[in-house]
Every structure is written in C-alpha cells, then in structure tokens.
Design a protein around this ligand. Sequence first.
Ligand SMILES: Cc1cc2nc3c(=O)[nH]c(=O)nc-3n(C[C@H](O)[C@H](O)[C@H](O)COP(=O)(O)OP(=O)(O)OC[C@H]3O[C@@H](n4cnc5c(N)ncnc54)[C@H](O)[C@@H]3O)c2cc1C
Length: 340
Amino acid sequence: MFASTRIALRLTQAGLAQRFYATGAGANTLLFVEHKDGLIGGATLNALTAASQLGGSVTALVAGDAPEAVAQQVAKLAGVSKILTAKDAAYANNLPEDIAPLLVAAQAQFGFTHLLTGHTAVGKNIFPRAAALMDVAAVSDITGIEAEDTFVRPIYAGNAIATVKSGDKIKVVTVRGTAFEAAASSNESSVPEEAAPTAEKPSLTQWVSEEIQKSDRPDLGTAKRVISGGRGMKNGENFTLLYDLADKIGAAVGASRAAVDAGFVDNSLQVGQTGKIVAPELYVAVGISGAIQHLAGMKDSKTIVAINKDADAPIFQVADYGLVEDLFKAIPELTEKIAK
Ligand SMILES: Cc1cc2nc3c(=O)[nH]c(=O)nc-3n(C[C@H](O)[C@H](O)[C@H](O)COP(=O)(O)OP(=O)(O)OC[C@H]3O[C@@H](n4cnc5c(N)ncnc54)[C@H](O)[C@@H]3O)c2cc1C
C-alpha cells in the first residue's frame, strides 16, 4: 500500500508504545490553527505533531481579524512548511459558517490531502461542516495514525478502540490532544507565508458575545496535576477542601458530571466523555465512583489516585493508588501533611 512506508516505535507522553508511519512522498496537509488572544491553542500543537507523522508537507492556516502575530509564532514551530493567512473580521470568532468555506477554498486551490486540527470545541464545530461541504466523512478524535488513510480512535466512551480506514480523497481529521505530544519550536526562521484564497462568507450567524470563566488556577485541560471531586463532595462549599489541596500542589480542580449537574461547581470543570479529556501526570479522584463516562476523560493520566469510602467503587480498578477512607477525613489530613 505504501511502498516507502517506514514503521517506527515511539513513546507517547503517556508512556505507551505507539506505532507511526512516516511516508516518503507523504501527505499534503492543511493544519487549521486555533488561536485566542494572540496565542496558539495548545491542541493545535498536538495536531501539528499528528500532521508531521503523516509525512509530506504541513501548511498552517491562520485565520482571524489580525492573524499576523499568530502567524509569526506558527513560523517558529517545527514541522510547518508554509503559512496561509486569512485576514478578515468574519474570521475573528471561529464561526464555522464562515471558516468552513475558507477550508474548502484552501483545499481546492492547494489540493490538500489531509485537513487536521485539535479535537476542541472549535475543531468539533468547524471540521464536520467542512467535511460535509467537501462531501467526505469526518474522522474525529483520533489518537493514533496507522497510515495516511488509517486512523485509531476511541469509541463507546473509550471502551473500544476502532481502527478506521477512510476511502475519501480528502481526510478531514480532528486530533485528540492528549494522544500526541505538543510540537516543539524549530530553528527554521523563514517559512513562506501567503494570503489564503478568498472564500464565500455566508454570515449565516452573527457573533454576539461570550462569557469566559476566569481563574488564576492552572488550566484543567493542560495542568500536570488535577484533583477532581464527585457527588461524594456533597455540596459546592466542600470543594474548598479540594481547592486548598490543589493550591498546595499547583493542581487544577475538576469534577464529575454528577457534581456539575448538582450545581456544586461550574460545568467548565467537568471531566469525562461530555466534558474535558485530561491526561495529567497526577489525577486524584475524590468521592468519584468511576463511571465509564468519567473514565473516558481521565484514564490516560499517568498516575491515578482514588479516595473513596466504598472499597468496591469501580474507580479503584483504574487507580494506581487507592485510599478507602472518608474524604472529609482524608483530604484535610493530606493537605496538612503536604503543608508540613
Ligand atoms: C451520555 C452520558 C454522558 C456522561 N458524561 C459524563 C462525563 O463527561 N463526566 C462524568 O463524570 N460523568 C458523565 N456521565 C455521568 C456518569 O454516568 C456518572 O453518573 C457520573 O460520573 C457519576 O459521578 P460521581 O462519581 O461523582 O457520582 P456517584 O456515582 O454518585 O459516586 C459518588 C461516589 O462518592 C463516594 N463517596 C460518597 N461520600 C463519600 C465520602 N464521604 N468519602 C469518600 N467517598 C465518598 C461514593 O462511594 C461514590 O463512589 C455521563 C452519563 C451519560 C449517560
């Protein structure tokens, strides 16, 4: 199938051996760069690593009302061979109705074989629409690349791993950030840059406003340590126990959906199938039973610690360290000992 395919073994961040193929001729990939407040989104760096594994060339598309500063940062990333910029106020807020036609126009002009971006809210919003406009199937949330047309992705909340082969000419792919390391900076100083082709801007929707939860704590999606609380926390005030411990060890705080649904904490803290996918070095689950939908969001964490008063709680099956104890006794003790 791929005469010049080279198979190699590499270690992922999670320490798992993963196969990847680098091809001789390679793909012609378009990487959609997600950015906010002048900074490249972290998931784009992971998607760039995935794009590099396809081999061939990677063209980065930076769209926005002022894409120049972000394009300069993209130029310093290892693996980017060219940059397309699309400067227009219509692209300022990642509205899929306007960005998807831009991806289609770029693909038509440059003949991209693959379009990649992070499997984030933005990526999930734009890429299926772009795939539909191109009349191809979107391949979402990939965790591995077997070949230029074959991808690995979790299904059934991560309970099964599917290897899917796309017969479409253009592969429109979103990449799970925790499955690929972030691309590094390169010493390459001159990456060619040109304007992206103009595309239709249907303006079917208008950006009105957004409300963003601001926090001084580490970002849940990228934190090296996460402490999550579940229904066992009993109420929102008790989450102070977790914040106190988190502050001592520089951790982000997360939650189960039960805790979010009960109104204990904001839904931006939800970890799981319908929340954030995290893979920190340390994940501490406190008063969380370990439903598969929760595990789908954290089971790739390097070290999992569970604190639960029920010795039969399923969370202990995935935990590296388990403490069968009342959390209202264990957490203050732990915080006190760490403080010492
Ligand atoms: C389509 C779908 C999507 C979903 N998506 C998500 C998702 O993204 N994320 C998610 O988390 N869930 C998700 N869920 C919900 C999931 O199925 C579970 O209902 C949820 O994860 C349970 O949360 P929990 O573990 O906090 O609560 P429970 O299952 O009620 O567990 C509470 C735990 O706390 C322990 N506990 C109680 N008191 C104490 C104490 N004092 N000390 C120590 N331990 C104590 C109990 O022993 C128990 O194990 C989804 C469900 C569906 C159907």
